[in-house]
Design a protein around this ligand. Structure first.
Ligand SMILES: N[C@@H](CCC[C@H](N)C(=O)O)C(=O)O
Length: 407
């Protein structure tokens, strides 16, 4: 890819920069190792790196720099060797990134830049303690500060919420009963009160007391404004055989030419653990036919299946179906979606999950306890002991590479 990187304060068109790609529950990052702080990142460069079409693609950038070498962190040099220089996908800087700091910790451990499994990391919101295990990374953070009420408006609907400071600003909005997370159109930013959030805000939408897929899974098809919404029809038992169902989606309406369908075979045709969805993207008499194969359960996550069709940026929504089991031994369980300041809708937001968990625990009348938070990208847990919170979830490195010099 062709991404210019400023080196030593000047744009060096010959710069080749090593990067690592990682994610925490689908909140993905380009990690830039820069121990001596010589990469002079700009908002434009970060936005180019994060561009999912013209760049590497990510929700944000994590620059790995020695605390002593970065002006925003030098005061913390006695407490932590490494500073997470976090940038949102639009090139703005944020104080905290909960998933980012877990992925950052995974990177430090994988590159043997730290000793032991527990170590401090400096952030713009202070120093946090990370503990790395093969399956998860936990981070100990200060208790979030639950504040005043405010509102967010999206799609003509106004939601009442609670502001929470996790180092960065959040507004946690509960959905009214009868509304599900899949009903939300998060393709554009919610409106908020700029007097309450002068530097912007991450907005979380929450279904409290979530149970298995019933309250988290959602199917949203065709969010185009206007009268031409499609429909989903499920025959059970199906019309053409004992083991076959189908979902028919008309878009635009049935009397128009562009008719597609989704056919679901159950049991699947090619193996005991595999199903498929065949989609005609164009009318049946044309050639462009696609399909999505779904392993259930997926090989890497035995208790989870999902179908995700994401055409954000266009006119269609997405389908996501979670089959995560109800967590045991927790004091509260919530499901959420988030619109992040500077990054748009993401599959997961760690600081957002902490904010949501703090409100859920408060609403449960407790000051200590464990909250499980389900997001489109997976499950995170937050444990509160009255003095700190411990934020835990998977953190994975998936690729490494080099940017190419610009021409
Ligand atoms: N967009 C946030 C910063 C990133 C949050 C992150 N995804 C997380 O996991 O906490 C902001 O601008 O505050």
């Amino acid at each position: 890819m062709m991404v210019g990187v400023s080196v030593g304060g000047r744009l060096d068109k010959g710069a080749v920069v090593r990067f690592v790609k990682g994610h925490g529950t689908g909140n993905d990052f380009v990690i830039l190792p820069d121990p001596d702080g010589v990469l002079a990142l700009t908002p434009e460069t970060v936005a180019a790196l994060c561009d999912r079409r013209f760049g590497i693609g990510a929700d944000g950038v994590l620059r790995v720099v020695r605390t002593a070498k970065h002006p925003h962190a030098v005061d913390l040099a006695g407490e932590a060797e490494w500073f997470m220089d976090y940038w949102n996908a639009d090139g703005s800087i944020a104080e905290m990134c909960g998933n980012g700091v877990r992925v950052f910790a995974r990177f430090l451990a994988a590159e043997a830049l730290v000793e032991g499994a527990t170590f401090p990391i400096a952030t713009r919101a202070g120093v946090v303690q990370a503990t790395v295990t093969p399956d998860a990374v936990s981070v100990v953070l200060p208790l979030p500060r639950v504040g005043a009420g405010s509102t967010a408006t999206i799609g003509g609907l106004t939601f009442t919420g609670t502001s929470v400071d996790v180092g960065n600003p959040h507004l946690v909005c509960a959905l009214p009963s009868g509304m599900s997370l899949g009903d939300l159109d998060l393709t554009s930013a919610p409106a908020y009160d700029p007097a309450a959030f002068p530097t912007g805000v991450n907005v979380e939408f929450v279904v409290p007391g979530a149970t298995e897929a019933a309250t988290f899974g959602h199917i949203a098809v065709d969010r185009r404004p206007g009268p031409d919404h499609g429909h989903i029809a499920v025959d059970s038992p199906p019309a053409d055989g004992p083991d076959r169902g189908h979902i028919a989606v008309d878009s635009p309406p049935a009397d128009g030419p562009d008719r597609g369908h989704i056919a679901v075979d159950s049991p699947p045709t090619d193996g005991p653990a595999r199903g498929h969805i065949a989609m005609d993207a164009l009318p049946a008499d044309r050639r462009e036919q696609g399909h999505i194969a779904v392993d259930s359960p997926p090989p890497t996550q035995p208790d989870r299946g999902h179908i995700a069709v994401d055409r954000r940026g266009g006119e269609f929504g997405h389908i996501a179906v979670d089959k995560r089991p109800v967590p045991v031994g927790v004091d509260a369980h919530v499901a959420m979606r988030v619109y992040e300041r500077g990054s748009g809708e993401t599959l997961s937001c760690g600081s957002g999950a902490i904010a949501v968990a703090a409100v859920a625990l408060r609403d449960a009348g407790k000051q200590t306890g464990v909250v499980a938070v389900d997001l489109p990208g997976g499950r995170l847990t937050v444990a509160f002991d009255g003095e700190t919170c411990v934020f835990t979830g998977p953190a994975v490195l998936v690729a490494t590479g080099e940017t190419l010099p610009t021409t």
